[in-house]
Design a protein around this ligand. Structure first.
Ligand code: NAD
Length: 473
C-alpha cells in the first residue's frame, strides 16, 4: 500500500491546504510501520477557522429546532455511507480490533442520539412570570484524543450544533485518517459554510490557539488530566465555559456474594475495553480477602477469553497500543509494578509471543497490589490490571474512592440492591452494576474529582453548550 498523504484541513466549507508545513507520520500500530503523513495546521489556519465559525454564528444560532434536526439527519446519513471506510481507518491507524465495530457505530449513533434529545429539549422554560431561556454559548472549540476519535468528532460536533453554536474542532493529530473520512462525510451533508471547521494540528499549536482565543467562549476537551489542567489554566483569563472529560483509574468491586467467574469476566472486560486505551477502563479490581485465591484463579482462567493479536483477526480482543511511545509508557508501568512489590500473575514485560513487530503488550495481571502503588494510582492506558484485596464493604468503598479520579466504577454482586447501595457511595460519574449498559450513550457522562468538569451526552451534554438566561418581568 502506498503512503497516504493528508494535506487538507476544512475551513469555511472548503478543503484547503494548510498554511502550516510540518509533516507528521501516521503509523499502523499492528506492524509498526509508517502508512501515511498528515500536514499539520498552524496558528494562521486556526485563526481562519475561528473567523469562519464566528461569521457563521449569527445565522446558525437563529436556525430552528427543525432545521438543526434536519442537518443532524443529513450528517448521520453521510457518516453511515462511510461506515466501511471508517472501520478500515480505525483498524489501520489505531489498531482497533475488527470486532470493535462500536467505534464507528457510536459515531453514527451520536447524531441519532442528539436528534432524539433535540426533539423534546426545552429551550425555554416558564417559572412563574419568568422565562428561562437556553442560549448558544457561541463559537465552540472542540479538542479530542486518539482513542475513539470518530466518535468524539461526531458527538462533540452534533451536540454543539444542536445547541446553535458553531465549531472549530481539533481532533488528535494521530487520528488524521478517521478525521479525513469524517470530514468528507460531514462536508457531503451540505451544512452552511463555516458552521463547523476541522483543523488537524498539534495540541500546543492549534489546540492552545483555540483555548486562548477571545472569540471562542466554549471549550469542550476530552483527553488526559495533565493537558486538561493546562487548558483550565489557559481558559482562566477569559473565564471560558469549560467541559473537561479527563482520565480515570476506575475500580471494579467484586462483592463477596458474587459468582466469581462471571464477575471476574465482567471485571476483565471492563479493564480490557478498547485494548485498555479507554478512560473508563476498570483497572483496579477489588476482591474480598475471604475469596482472594479463588479470585486469582478465576482471573487467570478468564484471561484466555481476552486474546491479544492482529486487529484484523475477528478473535482478537486486545489490539496494539497506538504508538511506540504508548508501548514504552506501558512497559514502564509494568517494570514499576514489579519494583514496588506487586506479584505478576499473568503477562509481564516485552511483547507477546509471535507478535514482534507491532506495539503489542502482554495482557498483564498484577496480584498483591496495594492502593498506594504507582500502578494503582496512575492511569496506564494499557492492558495492565491490578488486583487488590479488601477486608469488608467499608474497606472496599474506601479503597475505591482513594484515588484522584472519579470517572467510572463497576460493582458485581448477586444482590442488586446491595450493589446499588455500594454504587451510591462511589465518587464517580458513572457506576455500572453487573455490566449494566442501558442508556450508555444518552445518560450524563463525566467525572468527579480530577476526571473532569461537566457532563456530556443527551440532555446534560446539550446543556453544556448552552448559557441560561432568566428574563424577569
Ligand atoms: P492528550 O491529553 O495528550 O491529548 C488530547 C488532545 O489535546 C489532543 O488533540 C492533543 O493534541 C490536544 N492537546 C495537547 N496539548 C494541548 C494544549 N496545550 N492545548 C490544547 N490542546 C492540547 O490525550 P491523548 O493521549 O490523546 O488521549 C489519552 C487521554 O485521554 C487519556 O488520559 C484518557 O483517559 C483521556 N480520555 C478521556 C475520556 C473521557 O471522556 N473522560 C475519553 C477518552 C480519553
Amino acid at each position: 500500500m502506498g503512503i497516504n498523504v493528508i494535506d487538507k484541513i476544512y475551513v469555511n466549507g472548503e478543503f484547503v491546504t494548510p498554511h502550516g508545513t510540518e509533516m507528521f507520520d501516521l503509523f499502523n500500530p499492528a506492524i509498526g510501520q509508517v502508512i501515511g503523513q498528515v500536514q499539520l495546521a498552524d496558528e494562521v489556519d486556526t485563526q481562519a477557522a475561528v473567523a469562519a465559525a464566528k461569521a457563521a454564528l449569527p445565522a446558525w444560532s437563529a436556525t430552528t429546532r427543525e432545521e438543526r434536526i434536519d442537518a443532524l439527519r443529513r450528517m448521520r446519513d453521510a457518516v453511515t455511507v462511510r461506515r466501511d471506510e471508517l472501520l478500515e481507518a480505525v483498524r489501520l491507524e489505531y489498531g482497533a480490533p475488527v470486532r470493535n465495530e462500536w467505534m464507528v457505530d457510536s459515531a453514527i449513533g451520536a447524531f441519532e442520539d442528539m436528534i432524539t434529545t433535540l426533539e423534546t429539549f426545552e429551550f425555554t422554560r416558564q417559572v412563574g412570570n419568568t422565562t428561562v431561556e437556553m442560549a448558544p454559548v457561541g463559537v465552540a472549540g472542540l479538542i479530542s484524543p486518539w482513542n475513539a476519535d470518530a466518535f468524539f468528532i461526531a458527538d462533540k460536533i452534533a451536540t454543539a450544533l444542536a445547541g446553535g453554536n458553531t465549531v472549530v474542532m481539533k481532533p488528535s493529530e494521530m487520528s488524521a485518517t478517521q478525521t479525513r473520512v469524517m470530514t468528507e462525510a460531514l462536508h457531503d451533508a451540505g451544512l452552511p459554510a463555516g458552521v463547523f471547521n476541522i483543523v488537524t494540528g498539534r495540541g500546543d499549536v492549534v489546540g492552545s490557539t483555540i483555548t486562548r482565543h477571545p472569540d471562542v467562549p466554549k471549550i469542550s476537551f476530552t483527553g488526559s488530566t495533565s493537558v486538561g489542567k493546562s487548558i483550565f489554566r489557559d481558559s482562566a483569563d477569559l473565564v471560558k465555559n469549560l467541559t473537561l472529560e479527563l482520565g480515570g483509574k476506575s475500580p471494579s468491586i467484586i462483592l463477596d456474594d458474587a459468582d466469581m467467574s462471571t464477575a471476574m469476566f465482567g471485571a476483565l472486560a471492563s479493564g480490557f475495553v478498547n485494548s485498555s486505551q479507554a478512560c473508563v477502563a476498570g483497572t483496579r479490581i477489588l476482591v474480598p480477602v475471604s475469596r482472594y485465591e479463588e479470585a486469582l484463579t478465576a482471573a487467570v482462567e478468564q484471561l484466555a477469553d481476552f486474546p491479544v493479536g492482529d486487529p484484523a483477526d475477528p478473535a482478537t480482543v486486545i489490539g496494539p497500543m497506538v504508538s511506540q511511545k504508548q508501548w514504552e509508557r506501558v512497559q514502564g508501568y509494568i517494570a514499576r509494578g514489579v519494583e514496588e512489590g506487586a506479584r505478576l500473575l499473568a503477562g509481564g514485560p516485552g511483547k507477546p509471543e509471535g507478535l514482534p513487530d507491532g506495539y503489542f503488550v502482554r495482557p498483564t495481571l498484577f496480584a498483591d497490589v496495594t492502593n498506594d502503588m504507582t500502578i494503582a494510582r496512575e492511569e496506564i492506558f494499557g492492558p495492565v490490571l491490578s488486583i487488590i484485596a479488601y477486608t469488608d464493604e467499608e474497606n472496599a468503598v474506601e479503597i475505591a474512592n482513594d484515588t484522584d479520579y472519579g470517572l467510572h466504577g463497576y460493582v458485581f454482586s448477586a444482590d442488586q440492591e446491595r450493589a446499588k447501595r455500594i454504587a451510591s457511595r462511589i465518587e464517580a460519574g458513572r457506576v455500572s452494576i453487573n455490566g449494566g449498559q442501558e442508556g450508555v450513550s444518552t445518560l450524563p457522562f463525566g467525572g468527579f474529582k480530577q476526571s473532569g468538569i461537566g457532563r456530556e451526552y443527551g440532555v446534560a451534554g446539550l446543556e453544556g453548550f448552552l448559557e441560561t438566561r432568566s428574563v424577569l418581568v
